[in-house]
Design a protein around this ligand. Sequence first.
Ligand SMILES: C[S@@+](CC[C@H](N)C(=O)[O-])C[C@H]1O[C@@H](n2cnc3c(N)ncnc32)[C@H](O)[C@@H]1O
Length: 263
Amino acid sequence: MNDIISYYTNYAEEDRLFSSRCQYSEFLVTMHLLRKYISLENSNILDCCAGTGAYAFSLAKEGASVTAGDLVPVNTEKMKQHPNASLLKEIYTGSALDLSRFADDSFDVVLCMGALYHLLDAKDRDICIRECLRVLRPDGILVCAWESHLSLALGRHLIAIRQTDSALRRKVLQDLDDCCKTQIRDIFYGMTPEEVESIAEHYPVERVTNASTYAALYLVSTFVDDYTDDEYNEYIRCLIETCEDDLAVKYAMHGLYICRKTV
Ligand SMILES: C[S@@+](CC[C@H](N)C(=O)[O-])C[C@H]1O[C@@H](n2cnc3c(N)ncnc32)[C@H](O)[C@@H]1O
């Protein structure tokens, strides 16, 4: 956990989704999916890996009652200092693996959009999903963000091809090979599409949807950032129209698995 805290303490999470149009596409597609599958008005939502609150504040503005937590004190402090902090019901620092501050069945919706792709051990991912489901009421909606194994490998490959020093390039390619075998790169765990889909087999949930929130954009980011407003809007329209397509999910860098608690 210390590695994750150190990573995000030195990272401007508040800029991540808003620093380029390409990154912003993730925010727009995610908001589309949350609006589509969650009735926001008066909904009691736990955002347990809220980062600096990009989604927590947006959902609160749209009428939801949002409790926002994050593992990293710097991130929760940024939410507390945010001009809209009073829109949130509660802001706390804590891990999604231990939600003992909340009673069973407390929330209509739990957003787990950050922990799973930082938990390198399968046992911890299991604890995390069980904890999220414990605090979710029956029939409530769980939203899990995943990063794909493809994304880790592609990211590593893009670093390799930019290396001009051949020894360094070989080292990065060795890391790429390791990361393809382990599905781990640094503090990130990349799931296969099969692992994501198996959530409904292992937990008392029924699948609602699985969607791509960040297509193969590492490859096209410079072009997307240069789009005119009309071109960008058309591009977003296409992403939204195709994000739940099985093929889009297979090739996605990041995605959302949305399911309903059955008991
Ligand atoms: C890339 S950010 C995503 C933030 C936000 N949910 C979003 O989708 O934009 C990942 C966040 O997950 C948080 N995180 C990682 N592991 C966590 C854990 N075990 N419990 C709670 N938060 C965690 C990190 O601190 C970070 O703020």
